[in-house]
Design a protein around this ligand. Sequence first.
Ligand SMILES: NC(=O)c1ccc[n+]([C@@H]2O[C@H](COP(=O)([O-])OP(=O)(O)OC[C@H]3O[C@@H](n4cnc5c(N)ncnc54)[C@H](O)[C@@H]3O)[C@@H](O)[C@H]2O)c1
Length: 314
Amino acid sequence: MTKRILVTGSYGQIGQVLVPALMDRYGKENIIATGRKKIPSVFKEKDVHYHRLDVRDLTQMQTLLVEHDIDILIHNASVLSATGEKNPQLAHSINFEGFYNALEATRMLNLEQLFAPSSIAAFGPSTPRENTPNDVITRPTTIYGISKVYIELMGEYYHQKYGLDFRSLRYPGVISPEEPGGGTTDWAIWIFWEALRNKKYTCFLKEDTSLPMMYMPDCIKSTIDLIEADNSKLEHRSFNVTAFSLAPKDLVGPIKEAIPEFEIAYEPDFRQQIAESWPASIDDSVARKEWGWKPDYDIPAMTKDMLEKISKMI
Ligand SMILES: NC(=O)c1ccc[n+]([C@@H]2O[C@H](COP(=O)([O-])OP(=O)(O)OC[C@H]3O[C@@H](n4cnc5c(N)ncnc54)[C@H](O)[C@@H]3O)[C@@H](O)[C@H]2O)c1
């Protein structure tokens, strides 16, 4: 049966790709995009049904959910890691209040499902850094990471207390040509843009700082697969997902193959400390076992596609 889905924070890096993918899968008329700031040009091109919604406004959120007869709420609105460290108070209000509103709206309106992304930022310096398991200590040291632990724990609490069908993915850094929203893995996007525009890039992380990542098509696939997963097979509500681990130095060779003049410099800033508090690689075997997760893109396939896509956009 067709589902009606509303996405919050959908004008961002992931939402502007997720919304068209959902439209293809569930029918254009069944997807409502909401957000707060600049509407992506792709939404106008694809005639997306969009509305302004600040997730701190519970009444407006409920009104839209009722008016559009929504079954599934995808809650993407968030302040990301690097921006959050610059303004923890703003991150607290958007990430905590916004998610609480999404939870309460789902509960009160008896929606079928709430999906809200978590992140590798939910881990912290006391988490094992290599091949980090799904069920492990999560004591993050950023406001963003703390908000993701809140999302996971509150979602799981509402599941246990009210039977609310909460599902979450700990996305790693998501790579795509779309402008990133102010996270610690944004370098893996800007490196391609700068290589193609200026043949050089100054990276804000050290050359060997490895972090888990995935290419956008895999992010979209993991999201739709988890939303559609058989609830009776899910033993967890929050899942590690990854495709590969990537350090800045790993992309230099592959980019030089396409752009031999490419040069990189390293000027680590405050984001280095954030990156060092996160895992270098994560174990997503629980997602593979419970709902069949498997990524399609490795580093060479992602690099080739990024260079091709951005070349056409410049
Ligand atoms: N992109 C990544 O690498 C990545 C990694 C891990 C987790 N995530 C998570 O995925 C989700 C989407 O991330 P993204 O990369 O698209 O982020 P993004 O910053 O590009 O998009 C988030 C959107 O939320 C909007 N927003 C901020 N405050 C809002 C408010 N009060 N009301 C409504 N909208 C508001 C922003 O304007 C922005 O368009 C977030 O929950 C993020 O934490 C992303």
